[in-house]
Ligand binder design. Structure first.
Ligand code: ADP
Ligand code: MG
Length: 612
């Protein structure tokens, strides 16, 4: 009895795009199917080691590619773990992965991009690029029943019980007439060698009467000597494990010896994955023990801030039958992690010498990488040194902390920063004027994470890291002399303090402003205005913070005039109005919303009208 089922709506949408797009690189389907077969062999191998009673010995694990020119079909089979009925329904009828709707949106916007297919985990469905019907026969390790799964990629799929002697998976593609070239053995041999050479299992090409030929090298790339591996092979391997189609920006292949023996082959991609900042994104290094794949979910193997690193670690020091649960919080794993993180940071440091090249890495991954200053206590100084920031030195160019320090005048004793949403807005903040006038460079930090690492990294190379509000300097300012009369200025401050008592913590004088009459600040040690805004935007905190300080510049002509006006009772109403406008302007300079835009607009218009 066959059961008819429909694809999840998402799958339908995706299939529609996959099938109807004109890929120039249709052949990637073969790579995807072989990659799935290889994963299935990995899984069975692992099962045989950990649960020998369930897994049957399935002979030598291998993958077979069988073209049939006469019937225009192509079959890819493996003797890996296989699938049962539930697997077929849950893995080949729905898309479990998040980000699929992003994928669909992206494909619609930017047209079909073949290089996204693998990355979004739609590997299997790529079969429908070349086939108008797909038939799978499979039997899962430890189970009796075999099943057949059939689909034309349009009207859902059918499942029925079937006969299959051995454990494994067999997928037959009924090729579209225009895709007949995928039955050509010369072409197939070329494709397998080019894209699947590094697969750890033999890939046999069935040549019919001429017998079977193993086409790939079938050995783990990472055990070879570096000198024997070509850049092309590294790239193919990277593309295989990352599901990416770009070139790796960094390839790091090394063997660690000493207290812990392992080999690692790591890559940093040259493009940013779509899900870098999705909360469920975890590191995905593949862990092998003596070339047996164990898991790609050992979270402790790589810290979160390096979650974009792809690759493998193969260790002979871990027990083969280690359970996946035992791998978490394992001391040996922590040792490996420290080793590979150290190597990566060292390589990044070398690459940093070439600014333009390093920028490519930074633009893709800098924001995630910077989390390390906060997260990785023991390496935070190195990570900070490898980080780039905007600064008032050149708003268009990212700088390192070391370069900042090199530019520091002798009498400057701290690295200054300000945080906000936007470099341009920040660099026009009136509070920076005095820093600029005194030759003090200020870092313009615009990533949410900057709010956090600046709190944990107190010093860099002996220089304290300080928010501009914590600057402790003898500022040199040339002023033309005029200053508000002390007595009436005090009255003005008291008056404003009373006026804003519900909204502000304090109104106080400042010597640090030049062209601006007022500025908003917070008490030192308090959450910055920007962080408060971030939290508010994430609904972490709804209450308005009451400890803000409005700083008032006694040298500003407007403040001088307002102070003078304080001497006459009848000016109070006007002064209150102007004071409110000034507070709103201070908020605007901080990128903060103003509380009563209608008041602001009408009041400012009223004063503008008086201009002529
Ligand atoms: P991915 O490989 O990224 O998981 P695919 O779309 O390529 O996504 O495959 C979907 C799922 O189908 C796999 O995760 C696996 O569970 C199952 N699958 C595909 N091919 C095989 C196979 N040859 N043997 C066993 N299971 C397979
Ligand atoms: Mg796959």
């Amino acid at each position: 009895m066959s059961e008819k089922m429909s694809f999840q709506a998402e799958v339908n949408k995706m299939l529609n795009i996959v099938v109807n797009s004109l890929y120039s690189e249709k052949y990637i389907f073969l790579r995807e199917l072989i990659s799935n077969a290889s994963d299935a062999c990995d899984k069975l191998k692992y099962l045989m080691l950990t649960k020998p009673d369930i897994a049957v010995n399935n002979g030598e694990l291998k993958i077979t590619v069988t073209p049939d020119e006469k019937n225009n079909t192509l079959t890819v089979s493996d003797n890996g773990i296989g699938m049962n009925k539930d697997d077929l329904i849950n893995h080949l009828g729905v898309i479990a992965k998040s980000g699929t709707s992003d994928f669909i949106a992206n494909m619609k916007e930017n047209g079909a991009a073949a290089d996204l297919i693998g990355q979004f985990g739609v590997g299997f469905y790529s079969a429908f690029m070349v086939a108008d019907k797909v038939e799978i026969i499979t039997k899962k390790a430890g189970e009796e029943e075999a099943y057949k799964w059939i689909s034309n990629g349009v009207d859902g799929f059918e499942i029925e019980p079937d006969q299959k002697e051995s454990i494994g998976f067999e997928i037959k593609l009924y090729l579209k007439p225009e895709d007949k070239n995928f039955t050509d053995t010369i072409y197939l041999r070329h494709l397998i060698r080019t894209y699947s050479d590094h697969i750890n299992y033999p890939i046999e090409l069935d040549l019919g009467e001429a017998g079977r030929e193993v086409v790939n090298t079938a050995s783990a790339l990472w055990v070879k000597n570096k000198s024997e591996i070509t850049p092309e092979q590294y790239k193919d391997f990277y593309q295989h494990i990352s599901h990416n189609f770009d070139d790796p920006w960094l390839t790091l292949h090394f063997k660690a010896e000493g207290s812990m023996e392992y080999t690692s082959l790591l890559f940093i991609p040259s493009t940013q994955p779509y899900d870098l900042f999705q909360p469920d994104r975890k590191q995905s290094l593949k862990l092998y023990v003596n070339r047996v794949f164990i898991s790609d979910k050992v979270e402790d193997l790589m810290p979160n801030y390096l979650r974009f690193v792809k690759g493998i670690v193969d260790s002979s020091d871990l027990p083969l039958n280690i359970s996946r649960e035992m791998l978490q919080q394992n001391a040996l794993i922590a040792k490996i992690r420290n080793g590979i993180v150290g190597r990566l940071l060292k390589d990044l440091k070398k690459r940093m010498e070439n600014y333009e090249d390093y920028l490519k890495f930074w633009q893709n991954f800098g924001t995630a990488f910077k989390e390390g200053i906060y997260e990785d206590y023991s390496n935070r100084a190195e990570i900070a040194g490898l980080s780039l920031f905007y600064s008032t030195n050149d708003e268009n160019k990212l700088t390192s902390l070391d370069d900042y320090i090199k530019r520091m005048p002798k009498d400057q004793n701290a690295v200054y920063y300000i945080t906000g949403d936007d470099v341009k807005v920040l660099s026009n903040n009136p509070q920076l004027e005095i820093f600029k006038k005194n030759g003090r460079e200020v870092l313009l930090l615009i990533d949410p994470i900057d709010e956090f690492w600046t709190q944990t990294l107190a010093n860099y190379k002996g220089k304290p890291i300080k928010h501009i509000s914590q600057a402790d300097e003898n500022w040199q300012i040339t002023r033309d002399g005029a200053k508000a009369d002390e007595g009436s200025f005090d009255k003005l401050l008291n008056f404003m303090g009373e006026l804003f008592k519900d909204e502000l913590g304090k109104v106080q004088p400042t010597e640090k402003l030049t062209s601006a009459p007022v500025a908003l600040n917070v008490e030192s040690g308090q959450m910055s205005i920007h962080l408060e805004r971030l939290m508010r935007n994430h609904q972490q905190q709804t209450a308005f913070n009451s400890n803000r300080i409005l700083e008032v510049n006694p040298y500003h002509p407007l403040i001088i005039k307002m102070s003078e006006a304080m001497e006459d009772e009848k000016n109070k109403e006007e002064i209150a109005k102007i004071a409110k406008i000034l507070l709103d302007q201070a908020k605007i300079a901080e990128g903060e919303p103003i509380s009563d835009p209608a008041f602001y607009v009408s009041a400012v218009s009223e004063y503008l009208l008086k201009t002529f």
